[in-house]
Structures are given as structure tokens and as C-alpha cells.
Design a protein around this ligand. Structure first.
Ligand SMILES: Cc1cc2nc3c(=O)[nH]c(=O)nc-3n(C[C@H](O)[C@H](O)[C@H](O)COP(=O)(O)O)c2cc1C
Ligand code: SF4
Ligand code: SF4
Length: 255
């Protein structure tokens, strides 16, 4: 089994890790120029962005050929997934791929402009993540088939999601600023999946315009030195089953 995943704060990686599989991160696949995935079973685990699909995942899947007897898709999200799975189905089919099992999993919402992490963590129990994930793992290991069954109205709304994702990508780096807590450690640079962060003469991070809005930099800064001009939370988040090193290994493309 091989699983393709993309992660900013570890939710998707924590899900991928629950399977006995070789894990393939989207940024590393792009870096290594690998656009074919072949195995008996292939999985795709991605975070919902703007009720749609992250730009980097969309771009990669538009080029990647998947050859497998069973393909599954898991979208992790924090609040509303709307028609994201339907968008994924369309995206796969646009490139001659298809999946046998589609599902989404409600997890912690890491989108700081809208969500407070303290409140999100307080909802962990009611989100029932472990039980829901256990059920998904069981179904996939039994090779169950499951259609995406998003409603037509949700599909309609999500069909403009990728345009919103593009706008979010454009404005996210403009919303960042770095305060005096920065110790110039370079972690933000290492967790960025598209090498959008450089360091200036004093080693302070500088954000470029090639942003995927994953928020890996802001959530994984050990000093909470990166702030957003609009944020609902001082607290940051990384999934408790995922280490900082694992995020770096997933995302550092070392350019
Ligand atoms: C730019 C951005 C947009 C997001 N949009 C949505 C959304 O539309 N609906 C939702 O439920 N969660 C949304 N989220 C929350 C993530 O989908 C969720 O926290 C996901 O589990 C994060 O996965 P990760 O930890 O692997 O990065 C968004 C997060 C980001 C960073
Ligand atoms: S991770 Fe935080 S402390 Fe380290 S260089 Fe980046 S902003 Fe500064
Ligand atoms: S700059 Fe930050 S939010 Fe943008 S892609 Fe890099 S890590 Fe993600």
C-alpha cells in the first residue's frame, strides 16, 4: 500500500500513519519529479482548504497517474467539508484516475483567521476522531467501496472553492509578521512545502509570494514568533501523534 498525503499541521499525516503503507508526501513527490504511483492499494489523504482542495494537491494530481486495484481518498477537515470530495472525484477523473472509496474525517481546524485552537482542542472529545478513524481504517482494510455522496448544492458551492483557495494563497503571506520572539532557528523555512521562506541579513524570516496557505510555518514555530494580522488564536497546533521532524521530513524540499 502507498499513501499520498499533504500536511501542514500533522492531521493528514497522523491519518496516513494509521495504515501499514509507504507514505509519500506531495512536496517530496514534486521535488523528486515522480508522477506515477503504482501499488495494489493507493490512498490519498488531504486537508480541505476553502471547502475544496489545496492548490499543491490539485496541481500534483492533475499530472499524476495512479495504477492500483483499490484507491481510497480521505479528506481531513475542521468544520465543513461541503463538496470537497466531489471536487476530488472530478479532479481524479480529469486525469484518467478514479477512486473506490471516499470519506472525510472531522479533526482540529487549524485555520487561525477563523478558529481558536483552545476551543478546537476542547472539542476533541465531541469530534470523536479516534472512533471515526478506526471505522475508516477497518472499512479500507476490508476494501469496502464508498461513493462520495456530497449533495448537489454543496458540489455547486465547492466548485468555486479553488478560486477562493487561489485568493487565500495570494493574501496569506501578506498577513504574516514576525515578532521579537524569533530566535532565527529556521524551522519555519524547513516546514514550508514550497520553499516560500527565506531569511534576511539578520536571519529573520521573509515570506515570498509562492504560498500554499498551509500554515505549517506559523503553527510549527517553536517560539510562536509568527503572527497573523487576523487570527482568532494565540495558541498554535500540531497533531499530537506527529513530531516536528516528521513535518520537516514531509515538507522540506531543501531549496
Ligand atoms: C487555508 C486553509 C483553509 C481551510 N479551509 C477549511 C474549510 O473550508 N473547511 C474546513 O472544515 N476546514 C478547513 N481548514 C482546516 C483544515 O482542513 C484541517 O484543519 C485539516 O485537518 C488540516 O490538516 P493538516 O494538519 O494535515 O494540515 C482549512 C485550513 C487551511 C490552512
Ligand atoms: S521558526 Fe519561528 S523562531 Fe524560528 S526562524 Fe522561524 S519565526 Fe523565527
Ligand atoms: S509560507 Fe507558511 S503558509 Fe505559506 S506555504 Fe510556506 S509554510 Fe505554508
Amino acid at each position: 500500500m502507498k499513501i499520498l498525503y499533504f500536511t501542514g499541521t500533522g492531521n493528514c499525516l497522523s491519518v496516513a500513519k494509521r495504515f501499514d503503507a509507504e507514505l509519500l508526501s506531495v512536496p517530496q513527490m514534486i521535488k523528486n519529479n515522480i508522477y506515477e504511483i503504482e501499488d495494489e492499494v493507493v490512498g490519498i489523504v488531504y486537508p480541505v482548504y476553502a471547502i475544496s482542495i489545496p492548490g499543491i494537491v490539485r496541481k500534483y494530481l492533475l499530472q499524476c497517474k495512479i495504477k492500483a486495484n483499490y484507491v481510497f481518498v480521505i479528506a481531513t477537515y475542521g468544520c465543513v467539508d461541503c463538496g470537497s470530495l466531489h471536487e476530488m472525484k472530478k479532479l481524479l477523473e480529469a486525469n484518467g484516475n478514479k477512486a473506490d472509496y471516499y470519506t472525510s474525517l472531522l479533526m482540529i481546524d487549524n485555520y487561525l483567521p477563523f478558529f481558536d485552537i483552545v476551543t478546537q482542542l476542547a472539542k476533541l472529545k465531541e469530534k470523536n476522531i479516534e472512533n471515526n478513524l478506526n471505522k475508516i481504517v477497518e472499512e479500507i482494510n476490508a476494501r469496502t467501496t464508498k461513493e462520495e455522496n456530497c449533495r448537489w448544492f454543496n458540489n455547486l458551492v465547492s466548485s468555486i472553492g479553488h478560486k477562493v483557495v487561489k485568493q487565500i494563497e495570494k493574501y496569506t503571506p501578506k498577513m504574516f509578521y514576525v515578532n521579537d520572539e524569533c530566535v532565527f532557528c529556521g524551522v519555519c523555512k524547513k516546514v514550508c512545502p514550497v520553499s516560500n521562506i527565506t531569511q534576511d541579513g539578520t536571519n529573520k524570516p521573509v515570506f515570498g509570494n509562492n504560498c500554499e496557505s498551509c500554515l505549517a510555518c506559523i503553527h510549527n514555530c517553536p517560539k510562536n514568533a509568527i503572527q497573523m494580522k487576523i487570527q482568532r488564536s494565540e495558541k498554535r497546533f500540531r497533531n499530537s501523534n506527529v513530531s516536528l521532524n516528521e513535518i520537516i521530513e514531509s515538507n522540506n524540499i531543501g531549496v
